[in-house]
Write a protein that binds this ligand. Structure first.
Ligand code: ATP
Ligand code: MG
Length: 261
């Protein structure tokens, strides 16, 4: 049976490109023939918005077919999967109610493993080649759940002065959760939102090269096509295949496939 690889995208720094990277790597994995499940783990609903329009996302968030409801019932996530409209690419949407997940987990038995258990049947079935999980910009019990349910972590980092600030907190947190997620491997750091005209980019690279983590060689540049694509609820590869960020996400996806298998 084929192995399902779970990859999460996490960084406590907000706006670092987690949702954008998760949605676009997911799209290109599926375009390359892999079966992919996206799981939107953030109350901001950004991963869901990457594929569905606002009206549908809000209706899903207020209804029963979302991650929050699955966690609440500690149910098999298979029953919460929706097709994105792209071949081989499915999603479990999120809910704004995820704002209370941290509080609610507190009273749950084995609270770090609630998501892992909800995903276990899907993982065991081998139905997907990849499960990609998007995280909120926090470090707490919910993100611990996401890490514990994953085989690999990708850390998107924005190439900006504040993008690097706080990265040490993430690595300290990872050291703390080692017992909770002993098998988790850091696949690498993905540099996003690069403005090549700014000197700070070079400084970012130097700082990141000192960290004990692989640095993906593809860097994602700032590109307004990303925002236009998101405005149209589309991954950039579907919105404008030939644009720079689309080509970069395609290249990054190939690197991810090499490492996460
Ligand atoms: N390569 C890019 N070029 C231009 N804009 C980008 C690019 N990547 C991301 N953005 C924009 O930057 C913002 C933050 O990106 P994104 O939502 O992916 O980050 P995030 O880490 O998921 O944020 P949060 O921590 O709030 O969940 C979004 O408005 C997105 O449209
Ligand atoms: Mg996000």
């Amino acid at each position: 049976m084929p192995k399902t690889v779970a990859i999460c995208f996490a960084n406590n720094k907000g706006g670092s490109g987690k949702s954008t990277t998760c949605s676009n790597v997911g799209y290109f994995l599926a375009a390359a023939g892999k079966k992919v499940l996206l799981v939107d783990g953030d109350m901001q609903l950004n991963l869901s918005l990457a594929y569905f329009d606002e009206e549908r996302v809000l209706a899903l968030a207020a209804g029963e077919q979302n991650l929050y409801r699955a966690l609440q019932k500690q149910a098999d996530l298979s029953e919460y999967i929706l097709p994105t409209g792209y071949d081989r690419l499915d999603i479990v949407p999120s809910s704004t109610l995820m704002s209370s997940v941290e509080f609610e987990l507190f009273s749950k038995w084995q609270r770090e493993y609630v998501l892992k258990k909800c995903l276990s049947k899907i993982k065991e079935s081998g139905r997907y080649d990849y499960i990609l999980l998007d995280s909120p910009p926090t470090l707490g019990c919910w993100v611990m759940n996401i890490l514990a349910a994953s085989d690999y972590l990708i850390v998107p980092v924005e190439a900006s002065p504040w993008g690097l600030f706080g990265l040490s907190n993430l690595f300290e947190f990872l050291a703390q959760v080692k017992d909770v997620a002993p098998e988790l491997q850091v696949a690498g750091i993905a540099i996003t939102k690069v403005d090549g005209r700014k000197n700070y980019y070079k400084q970012t690279l130097e700082t990141l090269q000192d960290l004990p983590a692989h640095l993906f060689s593809t860097h994602i540049h700032q590109d307004s096509n990303i925002e236009w694509a998101q405005d149209n609820s589309k991954p950039v590869g579907s919105y404008r295949r030939s644009c720079r960020s689309s080509q970069e996400y395609l290249a990054l996806t190939k690197e991810v496939e090499q490492i996460c298998r």
